[in-house]
Design a protein around this ligand. Sequence first.
Ligand SMILES: *[C@@H]1O[C@H](CO)[C@@H](O)[C@H](O)[C@H]1NC(C)=O
Ligand SMILES: *[C@@H]1O[C@H](CO)[C@@H](O)[C@H](O)[C@H]1NC(C)=O
Length: 636
Amino acid sequence: MWILVLEIFIYVFQQQRHLFEKYQNPCSGAMGVITRKMTEGQSSLPRLPVPTLQETLKKYLKSVKPLVTDEEFRITEEIVNKFGAQNGLGEKLQSSLEERAKISENWLTDWWISTAYLDYRWPVVVWSSPGLVFPLQEFHTLDDQLNYASLVIAGALDYKIMVDEKTVPLDMMGKDPLDMSQYFKIFGTCRIPGVTRDSIAFHGQSDNPPTHIVVAHNNHFFKIDVYGKRRLPLNAGQIFSQLRNCVERSTHPGVPVGILTSQNRNAWGKNYKQLCKDKLNKASFEDIQRSIFLVCIDGPINKSSGCRANDAALQCIHGNGISGNAGNRWYDKTIQFIIGKKGEVGLTYEHSPAEGPPIANLMDHIVKYIGGSKQDYQLPAVELSKPKRLMFNIPSDMDYEIENSKSSLESLVQDLEMTCFTFTGFGKNYIKSQKLSPDSFIQMAIQLAFYRIHKEPGAQYESASTRKFLHGRTETIRSCSEESTHFAQKMLDPNANSTQKVMALKSAIEAHKKYALDAVNGRGVDRHLLGLKMIAIEQGMDIPKLFMDVSYLRSSHMRLSTSQVPAECEAFMCYGPLVPDGYGCCYNPRSDSIVFGTSALNSSPETHSTVFRKALEESLYDMRTVLIEDGLKAKL
Ligand SMILES: *[C@@H]1O[C@H](CO)[C@@H](O)[C@H](O)[C@H]1NC(C)=O
Ligand SMILES: *[C@@H]1O[C@H](CO)[C@@H](O)[C@H](O)[C@H]1NC(C)=O
């Protein structure tokens, strides 16, 4: 399974620095960036290219080499050569793919959304939906919690005005404008479960766009209209009184219908279909699906890890199971703000409609909005209509399914372990002072950490944005390379001197930068190969041998799922591993520190996020040490 967990990042090449800085510190506004109209570039965006067959096969062979034995590689080479031979299968598929690319706006879009998301049958919880933890708060009373929730809602509605009026600043990568269509897909959106395949319902841009949000408290759901008489959003004070009303009307835990959304998708699809036969259920589902977003007012965290950042991360990812707040969720919903009782706050998002940038921008806006608000909670001047309780008719056979969902989710909760920490040794300023790319440097530290623990290289997924292209989403950067493996070996070789180590580091960084640049230009390996495979499937052919080969399987079994999420403030993104024996590793490089959210599964005896953290910190320190040593020698 090679499923994208997430992308957010924006690649940091020297020439694209200003873009990175904008993401890194949006508080400084779009300084140095000429702000252009949100949709200005859209009509002239280039189409996602189809790389040539030979180019991809060559890159592919190079990328699998460190992950297989010589004998395995020899077989792979034979398979690839046969596939790429003149008038061979590869060329046939390639020409069909090129045809498709000519007649579609983006040849990948439909296939990607299907294979990465809608056909994917594992639960979205842990396996697909990331968490985004906001700066932690201190709440002492219910009013504190509701005040903050009101401001989050008001801030999000404020952001929505920018989206509706198309005034969000245009994202740029260097001189290139990026596709902005994802911004229109985050509000009023919901994933709809299906028995064999899900779908997505977009209501935000419809003729009759929603004017309500849904609030969850104690497993109860309430619909709140957030636009007043003149179609103006309610202010924070008005929202506060509405939230208060919801909380007062849900003092006892409700039947946790929402927990069903954490099931594997086939099971939930089946249950959803059955529940929809009841008109009341159907109407309530629709209110949730059409809502602008969901807000979960949570109860206490039942199990604390002793680290608030970890607690908040888990709260966003899985809600700590049924004894925590997992019934107080609707995991199909694109955006769910999570407002913890003591101040663990953030959101979780269902990944299919969009990547991180619109979500991270939304968060930045909210955090700034809250910072700038006067926090006066005057009572509403006008009478507001009471929040509407969403009702469900739960047939008794559904109790069994609810119990089932509880126990499956509980296994996931027990399985996922996270270590969120800030590495304080240095940050991107130091890396830049060495004239190295911070992102490539950190990617190599992750490779080294894995090698240190497992004594072998691990396939590493880093997401690159292809939003330079119309409807572009992501490409995989295969960060594990011959060069990264050589680097890890040299670093761990007691007989190698620092000059050799630094040379190996620099060549690994160069290789990573080159692949990353190819990826953002739509010339990576993974999406192209997916395209060729999908053509074969659509034409009713057998899956080509290349895709059954050990090299393919191993190089796409991403034991490291990584991404850079340069959020401002102390926010961080987190998610589970992509494969059972893998790690998730999301990072936010700051000037003099690096924030990491790492994860692993307890069911895998060989992976532990605490061990990974230690190896990662050691790697970063060692890399700095060899740079310093080598620098001193150079001066002598
Ligand atoms: C945690 O949940 C268990 C089981 O539901 C309950 O007995 C216990 O009181 C809870 N603990 C806290 C601190 O809420
Ligand atoms: C490092 O080792 C290499 C290979 O053994 C050698 O050629 C080089 O002179 C050494 N450099 C230093 C500074 O010791």
